[in-house]
Design a protein around this ligand. Structure first.
Ligand SMILES: *[C@@H]1O[C@H](CO)[C@@H](O)[C@H](O)[C@H]1NC(C)=O
Ligand SMILES: *[C@@H]1O[C@H](CO)[C@@H](O)[C@H](O)[C@H]1NC(C)=O
Length: 337
């Protein structure tokens, strides 16, 4: 077969201008839809649970990261007890196992698009089954006067103490310490965020002063001597009719810090509070707009990056998003996929 010169030229140009170093996501079978995934494994039966945003919190489970994934139902299907706009359309589930209560804890967001009038709530469950979640209500709140937005929470432990990372747009990503008596306070119904979230110790993790200030979905994890902050940068609202300029769609970026509480920098040493950030995964081949990411420590693979993406051949709407995962490798103490 003889290929036309223009075809070969195009192929070469594509190879030169795209990011040939990004691998495709690893295989996924079964129901691979996801949006803003939260991923955790249940040691009692080695099942993986994947939480997602889509007019409520959806739960999928599978015996391995590659599937077969099946839908098992919704958490808090009647909405949140928090009396706030958006209480029937919960977002951004972040689930971890809490060793002090022996329960799974899920932080979720109650908000509406484009508003900073937002609340982060907490629910708990012994086993993550859809009907098993007890809602404890509000943990942290923001108003339209704040420079931050209380959405997209990510619970993390730093030097033994619990913190909540959160944020999107405006001044970017923040972190607030949680009181150690969180669950006790919630059970006793003392309410009020001041008892749980130590607001005057709020720290500013990252922001993007250029362009549209669009960074969101912080995810913090530790590896050896460093804390790594993953974030989604760019536009998350792409559609065929409203396509971002090339490179402005979502991509996953990384910053790192020694103390986990601030002083995050990118690979060039630029502060991530001053628009710094190193790309970890961006659009490539048919993969469009990876974002909503997290990292799971897997028994078989070690640290694994997971995220949602759109497959250009399927469509760009959130209902068509797919679950992606890649094993992290390390180069000079920076993660790469
Ligand atoms: C949701 O609300 C309906 C109607 O009030 C009720 O019958 C059902 O038990 C509730 N489900 C949950 C999970 O609370
Ligand atoms: C900040 O925004 C600019 C313009 O959209 C973009 O080029 C840059 O990669 C962004 N950086 C981060 C860390 O989000």
């Amino acid at each position: 077969m003889k290929l036309p010169f223009s075809y070969i030229l195009n192929l070469l140009l594509t190879l030169l201008t795209t990011n040939p170093h990004f691998p495709n996501p690893n295989p996924c079978t079964g129901d691979c839809w996801t949006h803003e995934p939260g991923l955790i494994s249940r040691p009692s039966d080695n099942q993986y649970f994947r939480f997602a945003t889509g007019s409520g919190i959806h739960i999928h489970s599978a015996p391995s990261l590659s599937g077969p994934w099946k839908s098992v139902g919704e958490a808090l299907s009647n909405g949140s007890v928090i009396d706030h706009q958006g209480r029937r359309n919960l977002w951004a589930p972040d689930v971890h196992y809490d060793t002090s209560t022996n329960m799974y804890h899920m932080y979720y967001t109650v908000s509406t698009i484009g508003s900073r009038d937002s609340v982060i709530g907490l629910a708990s469950s012994p086993d993550m089954a859809p009907e098993s979640w007890t809602d404890h209500g509000a943990v942290f709140r923001s108003t339209n006067n704040d420079r931050y937005n209380a959405v997209d929470s990510n619970w993390v432990r730093i030097h033994g103490k619990p913190y909540l990372n959160f944020g999107s747009s405006w001044d970017g990503l923040f972190q607030v310490p949680l009181s150690l008596s969180l669950m006790k306070d919630l059970k006793e119904g003392t309410g009020g965020l001041a008892t749980h979230a130590v607001q005057d110790a709020l720290s500013h993790l990252a922001s993007n002063a250029t362009g549209h200030h669009r960074i969101e979905a912080p995810f913090l994890f530790q590896h050896r001597r460093w804390y790594y902050l993953l974030l989604s940068s760019g536009r998350a609202d792409a559609s065929e009719k409203n396509l971002p300029a090339q490179g402005e769609e979502n991509r996953i970026m990384v910053c790192r810090s020694k103390n986990g509480r601030g002083e995050f920098v990118d690979k060039d040493g630029k502060s991530c509070r001053e628009s710094g950030g190193t790309t970890l995964l961006a659009s490539h081949d048919a993969i469009f707009g990876p974002g909503g990411q997290g990292v799971i420590e897997d028994k078989e693979y070690g640290l694994v990056l997971y995220y949602h993406y759109a497959d250009r051949s399927l469509g760009l709407s959130t209902e068509q998003y797919r679950f992606g995962w890649n094993v992290l490798r390390w180069e000079d103490d920076w993660p790469v996929v």
